[in-house]
Design a binder for this molecule. Structure first.
Ligand SMILES: O=C(O)/C=C/C(=O)CC(=O)CC(=O)O
Ligand SMILES: [Ca+2]
Ligand SMILES: [Mg+2]
Length: 403
């Protein structure tokens, strides 16, 4: 029970408590906030008075120190915040450190170290194979054996709300000419991101069972993609400028501890994965998240996350199996989330089938790819305790014209 006046089913209730970085009104210094309902708790401000031993781990302008402090501190911090919100004696201090969410400026919650993007939705991978490589097998020969991925550009990961400038680049026209200019096929990719807290040692692989020793929590990702730039440049080394211009993340990092009701068994795998990827004896690392994609306020897709073929634990094991080390702040994304149904596809290249089947919007407009001024918002929910819902917040971005 909490003394807070929050409906029991609030998506940001006391069972959730995600972390972000924010600046309160009239103060440019950013700090860690915990989202409580539609308010933000100044974590260091409250800790100074209620739990001073936590202060060194929660000081600073973002989550970097807390991420690096490891799972024992993560649990202690979450336990402390939960007790403050449930113990009436703490109420005056908590209330003095709460600010309305609408009044604060949200910042990138952590310093992004390395950014990796996977490709782990079988429905998405098959759709892209059919669209982009007709006449060839839907899946590349490695796809069912390992979680395919690539290293992206950490420095262009931006917080939700940041405008996205339409990128320019080379593309090949249908006539075969190579031209330069603003992309004409600007797309989204609705994804789930995992934030690494505890680093690992160079040379030592991280087994999939060690997932929750290293991963702090989850956010939403929009991996903006320029399909024409991508299609011309990507062979043989993979995505480059077609995706590196911006990747947006949601401002609130949901700790794994808030997702205890959301774990589900992943789909059956055939062929059986090699031992380092075999999760048959491990806890279920699938997550029952439901995503929603809105274009200019209209829901255009509801991708289901529970059916992802490769889980984040397998992705982490694969990412490190060659001895590559993890750094605090590493971000790895699931890959575009698409389900089997037409309205469950997490990208416009799939929703419009490469532009051949425009989406019709309720206002009568149509879309294939994104136009200047379009705004995309991706949200998601997870099951919480006692029938409640955990909200993953939103990742929002608006397209502004090429420069
Ligand atoms: O199949 C392709 O050629 C391209 C695939 C993608 O662009 C998807 C990607 O970035 C990975 C993912 O989000 O699933
Ligand atoms: Ca992607
Ligand atoms: Mg990107």
């Amino acid at each position: 029970m909490t003394w807070l006046d929050l409906p029991a089913d609030h998506p940001f209730g006391v069972a959730h408590l995600p972390y972000g970085a924010y600046a309160p009104p009239g103060d440019p210094r950013t700090r860690i906030g915990v989202r409580v309902g539609d308010a933000v708790l100044d974590l260091v401000g409250a800790a100074v008075q209620l739990e001073p031993r936590l202060v060194p781990m929660v000081e600073g302008d973002n989550l970097d120190r807390l991420l690096a402090a490891g799972p024992v501190t993560w649990a202690a911090t979450r336990g402390a915040v939960t007790s403050w919100l449930t113990d009436p004696a703490c109420r005056p201090v908590v209330e003095a450190n709460l600010t309305e969410l609408s009044a604060v400026r949200l910042e990138l919650p952590f310093t992004v170290a390395d950014y990796v993007d996977f490709y782990s939705s079988e429905h998405h991978a098959r759709n892209l194979g059919r669209i982009l490589r007709p006449g060839q097998p839907e899946l590349p020969p490695n796809w069912l054996h390992l979680p395919v991925g690539y290293h992206g550009r950490a420095g262009t990961v931006v917080v939700s709300g940041t405008d996205v400038v339409r990128p320019s680049g080379q593309r090949r026209t249908p006539d075969g000419d190579v031209v330069f200019g603003p992309t004409t096929r600007l797309d989204i990719e609705a994804e789930v991101g995992y934030v690494v807290g505890m680093p690992s040692e160079l040379g030592r692989p991280v087994p999939l069972e060690s997932f929750d020793e290293h991963v702090f929590g989850v956010c939403l990702v929009n991996d903006w993609s320029a399909r024409d730039i991508q299609g011309w440049e990507y062979q043989p080394l993979g995505p480059f400028l077609g995706k590196s211009f911006a990747t947006s993340v949601s401002p609130w990092i949901t700790p794994l501890a808030a997702l205890s009701e959301a774990w589900v068994a992943p789909p059956p795998r055939d062929p059986q994965p090699l031992p380092y990827l075999d999760d048959a004896g491990a806890p279920p690392y699938g997550l029952d998240l439901r995503l929603e994609v809105r274009l200019n306020g209209h829901v255009v897709a509801t991708p289901p996350f529970a059916q992802m073929y490769w889980t984040a634990a397998q992705q982490l094991a694969h990412l490190t199996v060659n001895g590559a080390s993890l750094r605090t702040g590493d971000l790895f994304a699931s890959g575009t989330v698409s389900g089997p149904e037409r309205d469950e596809r997490g990208s416009f290249v799939e929703l419009s089938w490469n532009g051949s089947e425009p989406i019709v919007l309720p206002d009568g407009g149509t879309r294939t790819f994104l136009e200047d001024g379009d705004e995309v918002v991706i949200t998601a929910t997870a099951p919480g305790p006692d029938g409640a819902v955990v909200g993953l917040g939103e990742v929002r971005g608006r397209i502004v014209p090429a420069r």
